[in-house]
Design a protein around this ligand. Sequence first.
Ligand code: UGA
Length: 417
Amino acid sequence: MVGAGYVGLTTASCLAQLGHTVVGIDVDPIKVHRLNNGEIPIVEEGLEAITQQMLEAKRLVFQHGYSDSIKVAEFIFLCVPTPQDEDGSADLTYIREAATSLLPYLASESIIVNKSTVPVGSTLVVEEIVRRDDIFVVSNPEFLREGSAVHDFLNPDRIVVGSSNKRAAQRVADLYQSINAQVIICDPASAETIKYAANAFLATKLSFANAIAALCEHVGANIDDVMDGIGQDKRIGNQFLKPGPGWGGSCFPKDTRALVKIAESAGYDFELLRGVIDFNEIQFDRIVDKVRKAVGGTLTGKNIAVLGLTFKAHTNDLRDSPALRIVEQLKLQGATINAYDPTVANPLPQTNFCETAKDACASADAILIATEWPEFALLNPKEIGNVVRSKHMIDARNILEADLWRAAGFTYQGVGR
Ligand code: UGA
């Protein structure tokens, strides 16, 4: 497993759990040392336990740098980052570097598996670097959600394997034999497109839900009922319909922009997806507007308590977090921020970072719930009402019982409620 980041680490530990022997390779020696002691650098339910069990069972070990382990590997998974270039396209530097570094060690009949989210055509790029008839390159995208990655790995809706060599594809599919899931074997370009199309569709669904929430506010409908009403239709499905402050994280923003770029390079203007991305920016602004409206039309000199900073609950990941985009805007418009998040250790620049949600609410002119951490749903409106300066609640995740907060004297604004 080349790369022990969120995808590589989860894949390494879970493949070991399926009975395989796995060597996790990373360029960071300190990380490797810690991983071999069972210390996991990310918040990911179940990952620490499974990693420790696999280390103990000696089916998993971490190593620094390429070594003899590649010489005996039947499968080499590439799980290295694919950051974004300034124009939105995915940067393949790490994939190229990893593939080149493997060259001296690769054994005949071994299979290189692209697990990272890579632009359509990347399987071919790796094949061109390797240039050996006895080595195969296969695309096997991941569909893991942060926070439930172990569960998603062991209970997938489908396993996608793309290769121009059917036997190589089947060998990769066989790695997952003990998992009960449908396997889709296709050509590499289709496998790579499936990954982007899945994330683009989910992002579209969310932008649609946020747009319907805005409509609900205008026509006096309730988004919870509306989404329940459409989600029961099996053709639509009831997941990924929760409105919020906009979607974020390390995948959707990066992958949607990359797909627009991939389409553009291939001569297709993906207008629909551009609209979905633009609408998400509008959603951040809509939340800022709600806060500004609550405090009387101007944010200058106002204290805003921001509860939750991570891009979603059950992770410590701040990458492309909607909360940060909103905080940035609130500050630009003159507000002072007191923030709290249960998993973020490092304070943000020019933001007061508090130890508890209640501390963040002290002297607040308004409270914004930006991440759906369950502990925020348990806050006591009376207790919080005693410490704030003005009683305004903006619940950008629709996790509070509006009536309870209104009964305690708060104004309440949700999203589409
Ligand atoms: C996403 C996909 O869900 C995974 O299938 C995929 O493998 C992964 O990207 C990836 O490409 O590696 P993840 O980024 O962990 O997973 O996060 P999600 O749970 O999908 O949430 C993304 C964003 O949508 C978050 O900001 C979340 O708060 C938001 N969201 C999600 C909503 O606003 N409402 C919902 O109903 C669901």
